[in-house]
Write a protein that binds this ligand. Structure first.
Ligand SMILES: Nc1ncnc2c1ncn2[C@@H]1O[C@H](COP(=O)(O)OP(=O)(O)OP(=O)(O)O)[C@@H](O)[C@H]1O
Ligand SMILES: [Mg+2]
Ligand SMILES: [Zn+2]
Length: 653
């Protein structure tokens, strides 16, 4: 068999891939057949339990925490970077840290474990995604050795077999195994134990269980539908009339329909969607469940259940909820974690990339390299604090939040600025709004290429036609689009086109930078410079230095301190063993770029001036276009558009 596989792989690429898939599927299936186990409680205690007493007696919080740790690793900052979220949720690390902290504390036995976890955030902000990742994580984990879970076979809440240990023997149990047997047998198993096994709990059947949302094991989900018809039975079940005749008594737990979400979630996670929309009666039940680990169902004694409740809601519901005074006591019993939109446009663009790459229609369309970033800057602008802040400040903030160097601010200022505006990210445009705008642009365009300008227009159309946005906000948001174009896109596209004018821009820029540095050092030291070709000694080229510096408006009186600072930075880099590059000094970076660009502008002038370009001109232009395609992420359509656009910009300067 193995040989067959290798043979197949060495033939054509297609069958090779085919074989790879088969092999992965086989591995997957093998993993998922993970040691199944079934036996009596007696043999469970003998063969399974002693090997992992701690693991088997874990609470749901401890189980989830262990799952996160199994997925995660310590980041450089000593924090747990949970891999579960790392490549799925972008730009909301603070939120993820808080969720991780919650489980860490709850697993350690802190009081927070007795409070319901409520995720609070704007629509399409990733709340459901976060819960889905946890669910999938649990499903996977339960198939691993470390995540092995056992339950009483046939139990409607897949309860821990340790519930079978009689109370009078629990002290002895504890001293033998070093762990607690906590929790009560459910009414169903209690009845069965008497009827089927005559009370001999050692004979009760136990099996390994695997968390599976579809199988209603360890994951439960509840979404409120119509509140007027919602019945508590959706959560805790009801009498199953078809079985009453069989057992002869409505009060027999075996005649109960155990279909409620809280039962499915036992041992794992209960997701409560839009929790504040549910009746208060539901809420009390859930809060008691987290606090006391039990629910009351008519005619049965309290039912012990161990599960973690993760609820979510949006801000509008939450504000409404806050207005009712009697809800205050309920809030005390919740841990609330905000899930805002990201404020980093780079992370926001990653969300778009993820969402677009999973859609066929998008995969067939080329987006120019700034299309998603431009949309993301727009989205972030709508999320910033409204108020009297000046536009320029907000533009700086956008760049600061994306981790860029901003004059007059250091990265450490970010925390301060964020703290001053705690509500930022809780409103504004959602990723979904942008994706919808992009989708309609794709449908309309027919062309298989969308440029940044197409995207800006698509967003403008989406704003115009959205009835939920009032006129004042529409105007403001459309102004943002203008800002995005002027202050972000123009800079980016100019840089691309300019760089594409050179065979190797990076190399020429580095050479120019080194020349600048040599000349500066010579002037500062009052030295002469040796001409590399003639070997003649000459004075430093002050004219060259000034022509570079003037690009970034360094004045005659400011030049000395600028030059000293450049040399200081260069020395610093040298001492650290780093190379002094354009990235080492932001203002000098701009100066060098502009200096080089101006030398090559004539090519761009050709694009616009020649009505009927001759062969040579056409050739020059097509070289630039080709570089845009090969090196800067354009396709030929968007490259041509970018070239025309930049030429027009230059004509206006
Ligand atoms: N920070 C983020 N990182 C990655 N993807 C995100 C992020 N925020 C939102 N998304 C994506 O946006 C989409 C909508 O998110 P999701 O459904 O999780 O939001 P929600 O908060 O549950 O919204 P709602 O309140 O409308 O239910 C998902 O496809 C999700 O992957
Ligand atoms: Mg949701
Ligand atoms: Zn049971």
């Amino acid at each position: 068999m193995y040989q067959e596989v290798t043979l197949m792989r060495s033939s054509t690429g297609n069958t090779g891939r085919h074989a790879d898939v088969l092999k992965s599927l086989a591995d997957f299936s093998k993993q998922h057949r993970a040691a199944r186990w079934a036996g009596t409680f007696a043999s469970f205690l003998e063969t399974i339990f002693p090997a992992d007493a701690r693991g088997i007696s874990r609470t749901s919080h401890q189980y989830i925490w262990d799952m996160m740790r199994a997925e995660g690793f310590e980041g450089a900052d000593g924090r747990l970077r949970c891999q579960l979220f790392e490549n799925e949720l972008y730009g909301i690390n603070d939120t993820i840290d808080r969720v991780v902290d919650y489980f860490k504390a709850a697993a350690a036995g802190s009081e927070v474990g007795r409070r319901l976890l409520l995720l609070l955030g704007p629509p399409s902000g990733g709340k459901s995604s976060m819960v889905i990742l946890l669910k999938r994580g649990l499903e996977e984990y339960s198939h691993t050795d470390a995540g092995a879970l056992y339950g009483i076979h046939g139990c409607p809440v897949h309860e821990s077999p340790l519930h079978l240990v009689p109370h009078t023997m629990r002290a002895q149990f504890r001293s033998t195994y070093g762990v607690d047997a906590a929790g009560e047998l459910c009414p169903y198993c209690a009845t069965r134990l008497q009827h089927e096994f005559g009370g001999d709990f050692m004979q009760m059947p136990v099996q390994r269980i695997f968390i599976a949302e579809a199988g209603r094991v360890g994951v439960g989900t509840y979404a409120p539908h119509d509140p007027t018809t919602a019945d508590i039975a959706d959560l805790v079940g009801s009498v199953d009339l078809s079985k009453v005749s069989e057992y002869g008594d409505e009060g027999d737990p075996r005649a109960w329909s155990w279909s409620g979400a809280v039962f499915a979630a036992s041992r794992g996670l209960l997701e409560m969607i839009e929790i504040l929309k549910v009746k208060r009666e539901f809420l009390y039940l859930l809060l008691t469940l987290t606090q006391e680990k039990n629910v009351k169902v008519s005619r049965f004694p309290l039912i012990h259940l161990d599960e973690t409740i993760l609820a979510h809601t949006n801000l509008a519901e939450f504000r409404k909820f806050l207005q009712e005074a009697e809800n205050e006591a309920l809030l005390d019993r919740m841990v609330i974690i905000q899930v805002p939109y990201t404020l980093s446009y780079k992370e926001e663009a990653r969300i778009y990339r993820k969402l677009t790459s999973s859609t066929q229609a998008f995969r067939e369309v080329h987006l120019d390299p700034h299309a998603l970033h431009v949309a993301a800057v727009f989205a972030v602008l709508t999320r910033l604090q409204e108020g009297d802040e000046r536009e320029a400040d907000n533009l700086k903030k956008v760049r600061l939040y994306a981790g860029e160097d901003v004059e007059g601010m250091s990265p450490s200022d970010m925390e301060k600025v964020r703290a001053k505006n705690p509500d930022e990210g809780l409103s504004g445009v959602s990723p979904r709004f942008v994706i919808n705008a992009l989708s309609s642009a794709i449908i309309q365009s027919q062309a298989k290429s969308l440029t940044t300008m197409d995207v800006l227009i698509a967003i403008k159309d989406a704003i115009d036609s959205d009835v939920r946005i009032d006129g004042k906000k529409k105007r403001k948001w459309i102004d943002f689009l203008v800002t995005v174009r002027k202050d972000f896109y123009n800079r980016w596209v100019k840089e691309d086109v300019h760089k594409a004018l050179f065979v190797s821009f990076e190399q020429e820029a580095q050479q120019l930078l080194e020349k600048y540095l040599d000349e500066v050092e010579a002037t500062l030291d009052n030295r002469t410079v040796k001409d590399p070709i003639t070997n003649e000694e000459r004075k430093p080229d002050e004219r060259f230095l000034r022509s570079v510096e003037e690009k970034i408006r360094i004045s005659e009186s400011g030049k000395l301190s600028f030059r000293q600072e450049v040399v200081r930075k260069a020395m610093g880099a040298y001492k650290r063993g780093d190379k002094f590059t354009l990235d080492s000094h932001a203002p000098l970076h701009d100066a060098v770029e502009q200096y080089l660009f101006e030398q090559r502008r004539d090519v761009l002038r050709l694009v616009s001036s020649a009505a009927r370009p001759d062969d040579e001109t056409r050739q020059k232009i097509s070289v630039v276009e080709k570089r845009l395609v090969d090196e800067y992420g354009y396709d030929s359509h968007s490259a041509r558009e970018a070239l025309n656009y930049v030429t027009t910009l230059l004509a206006q300067e």
